[in-house]
Write a protein that binds this ligand. Sequence first.
Ligand code: CTP
Length: 384
Amino acid sequence: AAAELAASQEASLYLVGGLVRDCLLDKTPKDADLVITANAIRFGQDLLQGTSYKTTLHHRFGNLSADINGFKLDITTARSEVYPAPGKLPEVGAGDIKADLFRRDFKINAMAISLSQQNSGCLVDPYDGLTDLKQGKLSVLHPKSFQDDPSRIWRALRYSERLGFDISAETLALLKRDMQLIPLIGADRLRYEIECVLEEAKPENIFLKAEETGVLRYSLPGVKADGWLVGKFAEARKIYGTCIPRVIYYCLLSARLNKLQAENLVTGLNPGKYITGCLGDYRYLAENLPELEKTGLRPSHLYKILVKCRKEARQSFYIASDNPLVRQNISLFEEELSNIKPHLKGADLIALGFTPGPAIQTILRELLFLKLDGQLTSRADEID
Ligand code: CTP
């Protein structure tokens, strides 16, 4: 249907980018990108007419995205791009498929498969991406690629790890030449790249590459990727499996930062309210470390320290801690103390003659603390 529709609009239609690469590598693609030499929004709307798939229009770049039962389809008009300055978004002009492929990051991502009726299935590979693919090599199309878009530096590290490809010597030299431009992409685009890294199977290996090349210093100042981080990321995955919340990784990345560096991490990535809150809780736990390292703490005291934090911050702190006493205290809270509740409820207190209001909360808290410390064992004790 897509090929017929494209023919009726006298346009050529192509599959491009990651899907072509992944199909040639026999891997399952994550999403599909189509390029058409016509108005992509009109083509997409005609193609999806009568379906209930959710679509989003991006008028600036003239493209349409659709969610096909969880699989993302992106349809773009073939275009050429000129970058006005490093890190800025490109200015877009008309272009054919060759120009469209030339605007892309790496040769392996600059191939297309024609879907047009006359040459359906033909590979379009003007920059010889297939050779790189066969040699397990990653290289940019031109020397200004990382200057045009410094976020591609993180993409290079990510693909290199995911596909097990080597970054070519020329591309590596360009990456090192241009990595100082990374801060120009701004917090939101950098966060997007870092979160793409965190979605990979072993993000720690990508951070190791970033450390080795120097990219990490220009992206997340103060963050260290080394054996410690590798061990902690792996331990976190053992606990959470593949559905690990990314906030855990964030906390582990921030674990060895000082206060100022941790604040800069938040400004540098602008990770949203919840993650920022967890990172704040993590710092609070770090400041309370001397207490958390003690044995025989009064349970109510331990409870008061830990109850203030989000669960993910506590769990990250547990993983990051190399001190068994800290781990023991956090486990005690998670497994026992956090489940303890007084027998009496607010309604019971009111029935006993207390006036409704904030005092009820205070009494319930005091009852809880006494119960945590073993001073109240029964409902009758609480009433007394
Ligand atoms: N692209 C680019 N420069 C970027 C981002 C994307 O040139 N900074 C191009 C690449 O050709 C890429 C395509 O846009 O293949 C689609 O981008 P994206 O969906 O991010 O990448 P995929 O290649 O689909 O890879 P992934 O498997 O990680 O989704």
